[in-house]
Design a protein around this ligand. Structure first.
Ligand code: ANZ
Ligand code: ZN
Length: 821
């Protein structure tokens, strides 16, 4: 029998796993096996599982199953990231509740995961949209609020007029809403933020812990997102204003070249500084600017525009009066929302100067010509000119010098700025965690007391009630919204925003450690035992935000003494995507591959094997280039080998009496498979299993025969190693080999180091045609290596004495003849 009838094979073993629950993590205090936390990024229930899930979870499962095989106490849980907009849109379309769509999809995915044979501990399953989960989001929010880490302010937000909701910057793609493609506009609204910027330095510094364990490109993306810049704050006095205006610059050395001053057009300062005769012009300009995203505003491609505000600032070192402009290329919320413009050495300033006819003064001579003439700002090293006391210095020498000078005069100081913004956590949508704050006219923002958590979503809203209307749908649930103030008892209203779902996913790994606890978000002792996550697996699309937020919240929890570590994920693996015909799968291209159909055609194991064998996990898999049919044929070959070995011998035979050649192959394969798995080279591991199957086949057919104990040993190794990717076939083979239990736990064989020693041959070393030494060398030794070893031989050297060598004849691996002069 072989795997032809994949389905009945799957049903048989699936029933066994459901009964025996082999992948349950143990909480027994007497269990002293090493603990291992392997976590896959939890799925969003957007329908049934697709090829992307098939890949991601197959990769994570190789790691988890390897750890199970090593006999470790593995925590490999599963849950759902089940709040979010698609459920709400589905509810609007179908006239029902977002929960209907959400939980139906969760059930579908759960069933598919079981069929797909992922080694999960199902007993810890969680859904973030359950009140039992989201109550702890609210708890976390309140702890943040107490610490001043959650606050509300008017914010310029990206607003999708179609979805009627705020969008994060990453949800805006080329000025359009990522979901509905409507043109995004800027709006000012009161919003809740988490003060992640307070943690910017720690988020950078703690990356030391991740170096070498996370993909380099993810670390780079995190670093760029945080965007730390060193420079100086410089104060400029402005006519008609008592307080000077400070700017942030990374190039204080160019201060003598600051020939004008620019304020962000949308900053309050622009309005304040604008002389009355120019108000109208500024107002019109601001309306244009409101339509632009930050990315567009900073684009070097767009022609520069701006409005002269009618006032002058004083350059603190030259004493010159420089005009003050408002422009869109300066952002209101970076640095101080105003800049000193140095057109000779900053291209954007130069483009602006040329567009508005402002002076350009070169202050660093880089030898590339005067930017005023070339139109190209120079940014490199060189020599300071036109800069008084800085003349003759290089920029890197001039920077500390000018900071000293400014500090002496009290008009400047060294300073650091970050790109990172505070985390906008409020959403004007229904299907999320209600923000546990009550607004009271007398008391302001009042936290809902812990004992009143959870603030549940109201049951009254359905279908069209959830349609976008600019305010949260929760604002229409008047009964839910009107409450008495927890502080003064007066009339008050609930906050109607819900939380960004990235809040839900920022701490979920810890909930898995005690998923049913109802007195705290998690049991600290259990988190101390399981955490941090040893191995996190998921898509590179989460390389920035999810990981950054989870890192941030972990540090906050650390500061609250809730967790004893500062980084949540020790090791990270990003798998690639599954594409088809060189392109991402999409409805419009019609190149989608249906996971269910592939499984129906080839079986779970063949699909999993195909995904894992296609290439290194971080690379994309083009489904047009792979062959699940070939995977299925291989699995049949493997099963036949196990079946024949099982029919010819019983478990427990002493392998040491078996064929030595096959034994060496087996142990060398095992050793290489382990190394490959530990280094995420799962495709290489599969290739080694394939070689082992071929070698075993040969031993059965034209070697010592199926009854040889070495054949049994090899076949058992095939079952164990194959269990990481093809668990159904592995179980079946193990049974046919005569075993009663399951193959999947604690069966990884110990490699016998003696069997790793390569074979040697004897090499004769002659001096003047007389045998003087014999060397044991590998059969595939190179000519150079053999030459070196022969001349290194102390016996050969003593025969040679101080005679010169005329010639060395090397015939690897068996002969070396040294001819002295
Ligand atoms: C003068 C100058 C001269 C600058 C020069 C650069 C080169 P990063 O590295 O990204 O931190 N800047 C400061 N605040 C800004 C804002 N709100 N919007 C747009 N640009 C702003 O960039 C810091 C530099 O970006 C600052 O240094 C400032 O221009 C500009 F040869 O100051 B610089
Ligand atoms: Zn009150």
């Amino acid at each position: 029998g072989d795997v032809q009838d994949v389905r009945s094979l799957q049903d048989k073993w699936r029933r066994r796993w459901d009964e025996q629950n082999p992948f349950r993590a143990s909480e027994d205090p007497a269990d002293d096996r090493p603990r291992r936390y392997v976590l896959d990024m939890f799925p969003y229930p957007s329908g049934d599982l697709h090829m992307g899930h098939a890949e991601a979870f197959a990769m994570g499962d190789v790691i988890a199953r390897y750890r199970f095989q090593l006999g470790e106490n593995v925590l490999h849980p599963i849950g759902w990231d089940s709040f979010g907009l698609p459920a709400e849109n589905a509810a609007i379309r179908h006239g029902n509740h977002p929960a209907d769509w959400t939980y139906a999809n969760i059930e579908t995915q759960a069933e598919s995961f079981r069929r797909y044979g992922i080694a999960f501990d199902w007993s810890r399953r969680l859904h973030t949209s359950d009140p039992e989960y989201y109550t702890w989001n609210q708890w976390l929010f309140l702890r943040m609020f107490e610490r001043g880490l959650a606050y509300r302010k008017d914010g310029q937000v990206n607003w999708c007029p179609q979805d009627q909701t705020v969008l994060a910057n990453e949800q805006v793609v080329q000025g359009r809403c990522e979901r509905c493609s409507a043109e995004v506009i800027q709006r000012s609204l009161p919003q809740w933020y988490f003060r992640i910027t307070d943690y910017a330095d720690r988020l950078l510094e703690d990356m030391d812990q991740l170096e070498g364990n996370w993909p380099d490109r993810v670390l780079l993306m995190q670093r760029n997102w945080i965007g730390r810049s060193e420079g100086a704050d410089v104060a400029f006095t402005i006519e008609g204003r008592d307080e000077p205006v400070t700017v942030f610059t990374t190039r204080p050395d160019t201060l003598y070249g600051a020939t004008f001053f620019v304020v962000a057009a949308d900053a309050a300062l622009a309005e304040e500084l604008c002389t009355p005769d120019r108000r109208h012009e500024l107002e019109e300009y601001r309306q244009q600017v409101a339509k632009l995203t930050d990315i567009e505003r900073q684009s070097t491609e767009r022609p520069k525009t701006g409005v002269f505000l009618g006032r002058y600032a004083t350059n603190p070192v030259t004493g010159e009066q420089i005009p003050v402009w408002a422009a869109d290329y300066v952002l209101a919320d970076y640095g101080h929302g105003a800049i000193m413009a140095v057109p000779a050495h900053d291209q954007r300033d130069l483009d602006f100067a040329r567009a508005c006819d402002l002076p350009v003064r070169m202050v660093v001579d880089t030898g590339e010509g005067d930017p005023a003439e070339t139109g190209v700002a120079t940014t490199g090293e060189g020599t300071l000119v036109n800069s008084g006391p800085l003349d003759g210095l290089s920029p890197s020498e001039a920077i500390p010098r000018i900071i000293e000078i400014l500090a002496e005069r009290g008009t400047g100081a060294a300073s650091v700025n970050y790109r990172l913004r505070d985390w906008l956590v409020s959403r004007q949508r229904f299907w999320g965690t209600p923000i546990p704050i009550v607004h009271c006219a007398a008391c302001g923002e009042v936290p809902v007391p812990d004992e009143e958590l959870p603030v549940r979503l109201p049951d009254s809203l359905r279908g069209a009630d959830l349609a976008p209307r600019g305010v949260s749908p929760l604002a229409t649930a008047t009964e839910w919204m009107n409450v008495s103030c927890p502080k003064c008892g007066g009339e008050a209203t609930r906050d109607t925003d819900t939380m960004d779902t990235f809040v839900d996913s920022s701490w979920y790994p810890w909930r898995y450690c005690s998923p049913n606890l109802d007195t705290a978000p998690f049991d600290r002792d259990k988190v101390a035992q399981w955490g941090p996550v040893d191995q996190y697996v998921g898509g590179v699309e989460h390389a920035i935000l999810h990981l950054l937020y989870a890192r941030f919240v972990t540090k906050v929890l650390y500061d609250m003494a809730m967790v004893p570590f500062t980084e949540p994920f020790t090791r990270l693996l990003n798998q690639g995507q599954v594409i088809n015909q060189g392109k991402a799968m999409s409805k419009s291209l019609g190149n989608g591959v249906d996971l269910g159909a592939e499984i129906d055609a080839y079986g779970v194991d063949a699909v999993r094997l195909t995904v894992v064998f296609a290439g290194p996990p971080e690379e994309d898999i083009d489904w047009a280039d792979v062959s699940p049919g070939a995977s299925l044929r291989f699995l049949n070959r493997a099963l036949r080998v196990m079946t024949e070995a099982g029919a010819a011998s019983a478990p427990g035979a002493d392998p040491s009496t078996g064929d030595l050649g096959l034994r060496k192959t087996t142990h060398q394969s095992l050793d290489k498979i382990a190394t490959a798995v530990e280094n995420f080279r799962f495709n290489v591991a599969v290739a080694r299993v394939m070689e082992l199957v071929t070698a075993t086949r040969k031993a059965i057919d034209s070697g010592p025969g199926a009854a040889d104990p070495a054949v049994r040993e090899a076949a058992e190794c095939i079952a164990v190693t194959l269990s990481l990717v093809a668990p159904y076939v592995a179980e079946e083979g193990w049974e046919r080999l005569g075993h009663t239990g399951s193959v999947v736990i604690g069966n990884w064989p110990t490699v016998d180091p003696e069997l790793l020693v390569e074979e040697t041959v004897t090499c004769v070393v002659q001096v003047a045609n007389k045998v003087r030494d014999k060397l044991e060398v590998p059969p595939d030794i190179t000519e150079e290596e053999l030459h070196r070893r022969a001349l290194d031989s102390s016996r050969v050297r003593s025969f040679l004495g101080d005679r010169e060598i005329r010639k060395v004849v090397v015939r690897p691996p068996k002969l070396v003849n040294i001819v002295p002069g």
